[in-house]
Every structure is written in C-alpha cells, then in structure tokens.
Write a protein that binds this ligand. Sequence first.
Ligand SMILES: [Cu+2]
Length: 495
Amino acid sequence: MQAAMLTTPPLDREIGMTSRRALMIGALAAGFAGAVRAQAPPARGSDARSAPQTILELVRRSIEVNGKPASVFGIRQPDGTFGISTEVGEPFRVRVANRIDEPSLIHWHGLTPPWQQDGVPGISGPPIPAGGAADYDFPLGFGGTFWMHSHQGLQEQSLMVAPLIVRDERHRKDQQEVVLLLDDFSFTAPEEIFERLRNGIGMPSMAGRVATMPRITGVPQGGPAVRDLNDVKYDAFLANYRTLADPETVKVEPGGKVLLRVINSSSMSNYHLDLGQLKGELIAVDGSRIAPLVARRFPIAVAQRLDIRVAVPRATAAYPVLAVLEGERRRTGIILAAGRTNIPRVPELAAQLSPALALGLERHLRAVEPLRPRKADRVYTLNLTGEMAGYVWSINNIVWSKDVPPLPVAHGERVELIMINRTGMSHPMHLHGHRFQVVQIGGRRFPGAVRDTVLVPPAERVAVAFDADNPGLWAFHCHLLYHLEAGMFQTFRYV
Ligand SMILES: [Cu+2]
C-alpha cells in the first residue's frame, strides 16, 4: 500500500484556525489512498529510511474476564506481540493500521515526537479512519518504560493500550525484563459509564469516600474536607490483561535479577504496587532515572510507570507481584515463579484496605538527570477545578472545547506550571511532547523526579518545570479518562 503524503501547511498556519481544514484534508487523503503520512519529513541524511518499519494493527479481540467473554481492543504486531520493544538511538518507524470499524489514533505516551505525530485527534492531526493507516518516523533520543494508547473517544477504556519499551543501558544481559501492564475493566460500555457519571448514577456512596482533613499546603483554607476515590465501580482489575483468579505466571531464575517495568494503563485507577516478600530498587519513574530507592510498596497513579530492579531470592518459590487499588482491598497481579514450584492461589482481596495515594514517595524522588538550574521565564498557575455534581471537570474553571485558545509559551523558555487542586479528587496531570521536573510540593522547592505525569491530590499544590524545546501544539490534561472527556484539558502552543 502506498503512503499518501498528507498536505501539511506550515506550523503557524496549521494550528489555530486552519486545523479543521487540515483535518478534512487528512480524512480525504486517507479515504482515497488508505494511508496518511502523519510525519514531519525526516531530517536529511537520517538513516531512518533504511530502518525496518514496525507494523502495529489496531484490532478487536476477545478475552475472558471473571469467566465471561469480553470484547476489547488490542494494539499488536502481525506476529501477535503487544506494543513495541525497541532500542534507544533507533528511529521510531511505525505504521499504524486501523483494522477496527471506527476511527482511531494512537498516542506515544512519554515520547517527544514532532507534534504532528503525537497522536491526539483534533490536536496533532486527524484520526485514522477505519481501514486506513498512518506512518510515524522520528528519532528516539532517550530510553525508558513508556506506553501507547488511543486518544480517540473512550477507546482507552476498552484496552486500546499496549507497552512501549525503549531499551538503553539499564537493560542488562544478566537481567530478565518483566512488563506488568495494569488495567481497570468493566463489562459496561465506556459511553454508558460516562453517561452514568454525568447523571449521578452509581456515584460513590459514603463508603467510597475517605473522610480526611486535607493537609493545607499553601492552599487557601476552605478546600475539600471529603475526598472522592474511584468514582467508577469496575468489574475487574487486570495485570497483563488477566485477573488474579487466573494470573500470568512468569518463570524467573532463583537468585536471578529481574527488571520490572510497571505501566499503569488504567483509565481511572491508582494502585499501590506490592512486592510482598521481595524488595525492590526503584530506578526510574515515567522512564526517567531517579536516585535509587529501596522499598516493598510503591504508589503508581494512572498513566505513570515504575522501573524496579528485583533480586530474586535463591529459594525456589512463587513470588506474587500485586497492585492494590487505592482506598480498597481489591487487587490484581502476576506471579514470579522461581524454580519448579506450586503456584498458590492469591486472593483477589488484600487483608487490609489500602490508603489513598499521597505524595510521600514523590517528595523523596531525586532526578539523576535534572533540568539545568534556571529561573522560569514564564509561570502558569493552573487551578484544577470541577465537581462531582454533573461531573464537570476543568482547568481554571474553563471546560475545554476546540474554541478554547492555547496557552502561549515561547520557544526556548523555561516554563513552570503551578497546579493547585481545588477539588475532592486527585488528578494525574500529563503534559505531551515534553518531560517535566517536579520542582515544588506545597511550599517546599526541591529537585524532584523528571516525569511526564504527576499526581496532584486534593488540596495539594505541585509545581513542575519544563524547557520549551519541541515547538507545536501540545495537549496538557488530567489522565483520568472521564475527567479528560469532561473537559479537564488544555493546550500549549509555540512555534
Ligand atoms: Cu482528573
């Protein structure tokens, strides 16, 4: 199939008023030729053309959940591999073939491509029509654990998600890699879940609320006194697309080394990763190196990733690696089987309720490669706003629509975003196209982790800094799927 070149006007014309026209051109080109070239032209002299292209097919498939068949999506290569594992320095040369019966578009979460290849419909470019395809080609300048997911409608909830691993020197020959993908699952259609949330049906009971007096950290008094957790009641939680009743078992070497790459691709659920008897050394968050921290439990919010080194004990045994839903006992996970051993049944309920996610660990993370110290050229204060009643979510009380103008920044600036959560729910905030550094929590400044998604709990104030070094139109939003859909979304733009 020949790839058709999508007519791309210069950046300053395409973003803003002409985006709707560009979208139509894209849809037409795709309709005729079957493939849209979603890429900026590769740099001259690049070896990208000689590198092989990876095909990713967007498919409908069936899995079994709680003993019942479930129709979900999948992102996989023709040989059945979910997502992509590649190497740093290789070009990201991919064709996405849409084999489902509706439009779709895939976002490369945590990578920093040219903005036209970022995979956000209506922002980066048009969605790929049913039966169409799009090509991607950009350099991978850094390694880490990333993921890919549809940014089209509510497809992410139906498991249009997959791992995206970029190996670098952290990948060692004597170390076995284990990917753990965490998802929330419902037999109810995502559109119906959203409708129920908006109509207040299935709102969390008081049992789903944790009455806590928020710590006031630089936020004016009068913040929320009641915290809402888990506003969707899920039927199951999946680890590598399976429940704990029928978990994936991974054979590992007794006395061997494992690199756990944990990806929270859930639509709405934060977890505590629980290593049980194992001790883990956390070496990276969202793909970026941190000064290592040793623990047995680690919080992971929606869209975040954890890279954890684990030394498998010499004793032949089964070691469950679990993820406990925040504020609940429900959990999912996989089993590491060291040697020939019986696999015990692990109950789907933990012995104790887990706490809500907080920023205890975040305060202790220190980037190994921080941003170079510099005063911010531009600071945005972004109040995270909204309410459960009517399920309205916004930023600075602005519910996003295509008519909301982008927030301006200028190429080369150091930008700081101060996020203040004025709501009763925590929000995992994600910036596209850039990696930011956490530089302040409450009143305290510190050189925190470099990330792409940071959790802002109720009444908290979190500041992040980034360098505006990747011009374009970029999304910034809460990664809770139904908050994003309800309008907790903004864009940044610079040329
Ligand atoms: Cu949110």
